[in-house]
Write a protein that binds this ligand. Structure first.
Ligand code: PHB
Length: 380
């Protein structure tokens, strides 16, 4: 498989060297049973994938504050119990020579006021404006309700304090850095998008105002970690979670945001490309995100990564052509804990994913191993 060789070139990544260009993207797995604290099987899951050769691992979305997510048992990082749980994860990954960034996540309007975790938080569901996303299906709630109309956050700076605390806690947890989740229709994306952000204060309206929250969040993370250990994930084409603007507004918004990010000299920007099956309400704006934005990332400190539905061959071509520095894979890592090693050794990939266990089973730790840490590795 010599045409994949380029994927196995090391990459200088600020103070770190990544051993290859095959990364594991954030994936919701909902295994932090019984509540929201990372547990032993979470550590085993990430350990296996570090052993399996991932050049860089991004955790599943980690909630920066207690929220009623669409699937239960998403992990958080607001308490010391959670920090201890994540320390077990980062230790396990580091023992395998892996590198792991925490993906910091706030759902905004994509959480439900009736979800037990939301009720326990004592907080309403906050978003930039009181506009519900279309769609959604909270399967564990009676009647499987969709998204509800959120409460407009009065002063977004109160949320910035939560992002900052999460960045501090991630450092204490032993991560190598943090990824700000600015994609896929969650809080930061809700601020960026003119359909979900109708604010008339300094946080809404113009491109500069809508981009303010994203930039302020990145700056709080940079304050804690330094720019070389902070990345951001963006999905300009939108689609998922009912997000997306008309094309010209999309280009104007993301060109401005990415140009401003470039000035900060952060470790990386991941651009998620348009995937039709992800565009669940048809609001996405299909365009080539690498063509449209990567030339705006001129800072030699900043790497450009891409995500969504790549094959090994396509990833190698993108890197050979100098379009990107590394490629994230998601689904292949589910059933192939040794995905990178399989690519390197020309081994067949296991494509048989048990979708019934993808998002967890809402049960006990022992039951949650199924379809999570029991996929076999290949023999070489
Ligand atoms: C999901 O849980 O389906 C999910 C979460 C975060 C993403 C994308 C999908 O960025």
């Amino acid at each position: 498989m010599s045409n994949l060789k380029t994927l196995f070139q090391p990459l200088n990544f600020g103070p770190i060297t990544l051993k290859n260009r095959i990364f594991m993207s954030a994936m919701t797995r909902n295994r932090s049973v019984p509540t929201n604290v990372p547990n032993g099987i979470n550590a085993e899951y990430y350990r296996q994938r570090a052993e399996g050769g991932a050049g860089l691992i991004i955790t599943e979305g980690i909630l920066i504050a207690q929220q009623g997510s669409e699937w239960q048992n998403a992990p958080g990082i607001w308490s010391q119990d959670q920090v201890r749980g994540w320390k077990n994860v980062t230790d396990a990954v580091h023992e395998q020579g892996g590198i792991i960034f925490a993906q910091l996540w706030h759902l905004g309007r994509i959480s439900h006021p009736d979800a037990p975790e939301q009720i326990a938080s004592g907080q309403p569901v906050y978003a930039p404006s009181p506009i519900a996303a279309r769609g959604g299906r909270f399967c564990f709630l009676p009647g499987q309700p969709g998204y509800a109309t959120p409460t407009a956050i009065d002063d977004p700076r109160t949320l910035l304090a939560q992002w900052k605390q999460a960045a501090v806690n991630a450092k204490e947890s032993g991560f190598d850095g943090v990824e700000i989740h600015g994609a896929n229709g969650y809080l930061i994306h809700q601020f960026l998008d003119s359909m979900s952000n109708r604010r008339t204060d300094e946080w809404g309206g113009s491109v500069e105002n809508r981009a303010r929250f994203a930039l302020e969040v990145v700056k709080t993370a940079v304050d804690v970690w330094g720019p070389e250990r902070v990345g951001i994930k963006l999905n300009p084409a939108g689609g998922y979670n009912d997000i997306g603007m008309p094309i010209q507004e999309t280009l104007d918004t993301f060109r401005y945001l990415i140009s401003e990010l470039d000035k900060l000299g952060i470790a990386y920007v991941t651009l998620v490309r348009y995937v039709g099956s992800f565009d669940t309400t048809g609001r996405g704006t299909k365009h080539d995100v690498i063509d449209a934005y990567s030339s705006l990332l001129k800072n030699p400190a900043t790497r450009v990564f891409v995500n969504a539905s790549f094959t090994g061959e396509e990833a190698a071509r993108y890197i050979e052509d100098g379009k990107v520095d590394g490629v994230f894979f998601g689904i292949p890592w589910i059933a192939n804990p040794d995905f990178a090693k399989r690519l390197e050794n020309g081994k067949t990939l296991e494509g048989n994913i048990d979708f019934a266990t993808l998002y967890g089973r809402g049960g006990l730790e022992a039951d949650e191993k199924k379809g999570y840490v029991d996929y076999p590795v290949a023999t070489f």
